[in-house]
Design a binder for this molecule. Structure first.
Ligand code: KG4
Length: 349
């Protein structure tokens, strides 16, 4: 079964063709990093306009690389939450139009579930284990620029939120600390690179909510502590030298990653899961990988680096489970999930 995935939730315009849930025939990601870099974060209006310009060429390329025409596609998968409403709408309208014109069934997906399913793309052994129900119940840790959350998943389509960040997302904190240090956006990759040259114990930054029971996270207090430390150092030294920037990067990274790992390992014990699946841009962080593998008592899955940040292959892979059971959404009913009072519909039960 060949599934075409379409992703425009935030600032990546992406399309992919995946066969039978794990064979990636093509995955094209058109990143907008260069456009948003000068603002230090994603500007929704600009993101949506860029999606409009890029979505058709991106789709075209994904189909060409996979060597299939739209007629030969069995199912269309599209992300419908979470993300920027005006960004999501671009992908959704394209999926609806293709679904209507080519009479293809559509799977409307939650990006967060798809991030977890990125783990078995191109990994036939793991894919089989997942199909055979050997790794469930599973804990999903989704850590990205917009989300830091833990879910308990009984199987595809059945996942419940255990806790999430009360303020900034983990990736967002990396981006903001990078900005404070005069480093470019996105901050995660550059902070973790600088951290390799610094001492993680050079500065004592807080590990927020680590003593509080439950699965919630918080990063704004940590971010503020880094901000005050930078201000103090700037008063003393004027400009921060490279070694100080590396030390702050390493100390901040250690604090952020330790709190994520602590909460995740605790949740895995409390909820007696058989495995942990990580997803989202911060899943690319090598310290997170190292610490979690050291501390977890159950197997931990990390996606290949290319499938950590937003991409369409993860959607096309995840949609396979729905398509196998004919769980489709009619094109006229595919719409972004509505957010009320800052809370979204994040569980599909
Ligand atoms: O999943 P993603 O594309 O996020 C959303 O669109 O929400 O991931 C992007 C986020 C950014 O905040 C970026 O700084 C962070 O992932 N990130 C990292 C690393 N690589 C990307 N954070 C920490 N360490 C990394 N190596």
């Amino acid at each position: 079964m060949k599934i075409l995935g379409i992703e425009t939730a935030v600032d990546e315009t992406a399309a992919a063709v995946v066969e039978d849930g794990f064979k990636v025939c093509s995955s094209v990601v058109s990143s907008q990093t260069a456009i948003h870099q000068k603002f230090g974060g994603v500007v929704p209006e600009l993101a949506a306009r860029t999606h409009l310009a890029k979505i058709i060429p991106t789709l075209d390329q994904a189909l060409k690389r996979a060597g299939v025409s739209l007629e030969k596609i069995d199912v269309i998968a599209v992300s419908t939450t979470p993300g920027f409403l005006i960004s999501l709408l671009v992908g959704i309208e394209v999926a609806k139009t293709l679904g209507y014109v080519f009479q293809k069934p559509i799977v409307a997906l939650n990006d967060l579930e798809s991030h977890a399913f990125a783990n078995w793309l191109e990994s036939p052994g793991l894919f089989q284990k997942i199909q055979d129900y050997l790794a469930w119940p599973m804990l999903y840790l989704i850590v990205s620029g917009g989300t830091t959350a833990l879910f308990k998943a009984d199987y595809f389509g059945h996942f419940n939120l255990l806790g999430e960040t009360k303020d900034d997302a983990c990736g967002e904190a990396f981006d903001k600390v990078a900005k404070m240090l005069g480093l470019p956006y996105p901050g995660g990759p550059i902070i973790s690179k600088m951290a390799n040259y610094g001492r993680a114990d050079a500065f004592k930054f807080p590990r927020p909510l680590i003593r509080v029971k439950g699965c919630d996270f918080s990063f704004s207090g940590l971010k503020t502590a880094v901000f005050y430390e930078i201000q103090k150092l700037q008063r003393e030294k004027n400009n921060l030298d490279d070694q100080t920037i590396s030390d702050i990067s390493a100390s901040f990274q250690e604090a952020a990653i330790e709190s994520v790992v602590f909460k995740t390992v605790q949740a895995a014990k409390d909820y007696k899961v058989k495995s942990i699946a990580i997803g989202g841009g911060v899943a690319a962080n090598s310290r997170l990988r190292e610490l979690l593998l050291q501390q977890s008592l159950v197997p931990v899955f990390f996606p290949k680096f290319v499938y950590c940040t937003d991409n369409a292959a993860m959607l096309a892979g995840c949609a396979y489970y729905y398509a196998q059971r004919k769980i489709f959404t009619h094109w006229s009913k595919v719409e972004p999930f509505v957010y009320k009072n800052g809370k979204g519909r994040i569980c599909r039960l």
